[in-house]
Design a protein around this ligand. Structure first.
Ligand code: G3I
Length: 371
């Protein structure tokens, strides 16, 4: 009994500390203690969860996530490689857990992702004949989307099907099924999960050429009479170089097609690299010059990041009638994928919470917009 009381007290203390450290005033003068509270009339505020967080193994993350966010996306565990490892074998353990987590905390779950060329199971890559591949494709969508029908809010149905110039990416899906695979994925998902919102998701699709490709792809799905509800702009951007004009033009262009717009994987990277985007196949060799802030980041850069995030959220607020969700790709800096990619073993600082879950200047600048 004593141990139980101590645990409750510790969790309560963590919560109270977050509430105190992160509070600001909202429009009505009441203290808004969280992102989701401050932006509740505007759009959902989401985050991506890793396995530890889904299983609530980290007390600080377990306290912070439901306090700050009202939408979650699994960072990896719904990808085909994990959820569908063999032709006739599915692994729903962790996916069921994130669905239960969402229900327990009243948080909307976005499924990520049904059809993606990356993180495909080995058996799927080895399928040679077209009919067998189509059967895999159909079974995968029917089984996975069908299982979570009515249980999750939305799906990233197709992820990253485009090249930077707006043409279709060369992938096993394009190779075996032609460019109609996108429409077919949405058609199957709409049948398997009729009440779930269905999205196309990509990085750099705010850039003019890729945006054109994305608009063409959406129009093709719509022309076939198939439901598509929204487009996700991932939002992997760089310090001091956030393309606000391209983002605004894209929000308007996607909305003009009748789509909801989401920022689905937001982070602002602080470290140098020689290309833009999030193609996980692109890598750079490790080199100390590429890891300049291993022992701490100068305040001037944190201030620049705060300005970048504030400018972004000002834009999102301007278009809050078109944007339904803004999701960060991770909870705190230490858990971001950008510590391991495109250069392994770096110390990056892309999110609103630092490694100890303390709010950074960027958190306060985003909250200050709602004062
Ligand atoms: O789970 C294995 C573990 O068993 C193994 O020991 C370890 C050794 O490398 O790898 C672990 O898997 C890693 C996995 O993340 C889980 O941590 C993979 O190597 C690693 O490549 C994988 O990276 C993920 C990446 O997608 C690749 O698919 C990132 O966490 C994830 O943040 C990232 O997310 C993508 C979105 O899905 C789509 N948009 C771009 C975004 C960023 O790349």
């Amino acid at each position: 009994m004593k141990k139980f009381i101590v645990k409750i007290t510790a969790a309560g203390a963590i919560l109270a500390c977050f509430a105190y450290c992160t509070s600001t005033k909202n429009a009505t003068g009441n203290a808004a203690t969280s992102l989701k509270d401050a932006y509740k009339k505007d759009f959902l505020i989401g985050t991506a969860l890793n396995t530890q967080q889904i299983e609530e193994k980290d007390a600080k993350a377990a306290a912070l996530i439901p306090l700050q966010f009202n939408a979650i996306t699994p960072e990896n565990i719904m990808k085909a490689e994990i959820i569908h490892p063999q032709w006739d074998q599915y692994n729903f353990d962790l996916a069921d857990k994130i669905v239960a987590y969402g229900a327990k905390h009243n948080i909307k779950v976005n499924g990520h992702t049904l059809i993606w060329h990356s993180q495909l199971p080995q058996f799927a890559r080895r399928i040679k004949d077209v009919d067998s591949f189509k059967t895999f494709f159909t079974n995968h969508i029917n089984t996975v989307a069908g299982r979570y029908s009515g249980k999750i809010f939305s799906w990233d149905v197709v992820n990253e099907a485009l090249n930077e110039d707006g043409t279709m990416r060369k992938s096993i899906f394009l190779d075996k099924m032609g460019d109609g695979f996108v429409t077919e994925a949405f058609r199957l998902a709409a049948i398997a999960s009729p009440n779930t919102e269905l999205y196309y998701n990509d990085y750099n699709n705010e850039q003019p050429k890729k945006r054109e490709g994305c608009l063409a792809l959406v129009k093709k799905v719509q022309a076939a009479g198939v439901r598509i509800d929204g487009v996700g702009i991932q939002g992997h951007w760089h310090l001091g170089r956030v393309p606000l004009k391209d983002i605004e033009e894209s929000i308007l262009a996607y909305h003009a097609l009748g789509l909801k717009v989401m920022i689905t994987e937001l982070d602002i990277e602080m470290l140098p690299r020689n290309f833009q985007g999030a193609d996980v196949n692109q890598r750079q060799a490790s080199n100390p010059a590429l890891n300049p802030y291993a022992n701490g980041i100068p305040d001037s850069l944190l201030q620049q990041q705060a300005t970048d995030y504030a400018n972004l959220f000002k834009l999102f607020l301007k278009h809050k009638d078109k944007i339904t969700r803004v999701t960060f790709w991770g909870v705190n800096d230490g858990q971001s994928w950008l510590n391991g990619w495109p250069v392994p073993g770096r110390t990056n600082y892309p999110l609103l919470f630092d490694r100890a879950f303390n709010p950074k200047p960027a958190y306060h600048s985003v909250m200050a917009l709602k004062k």
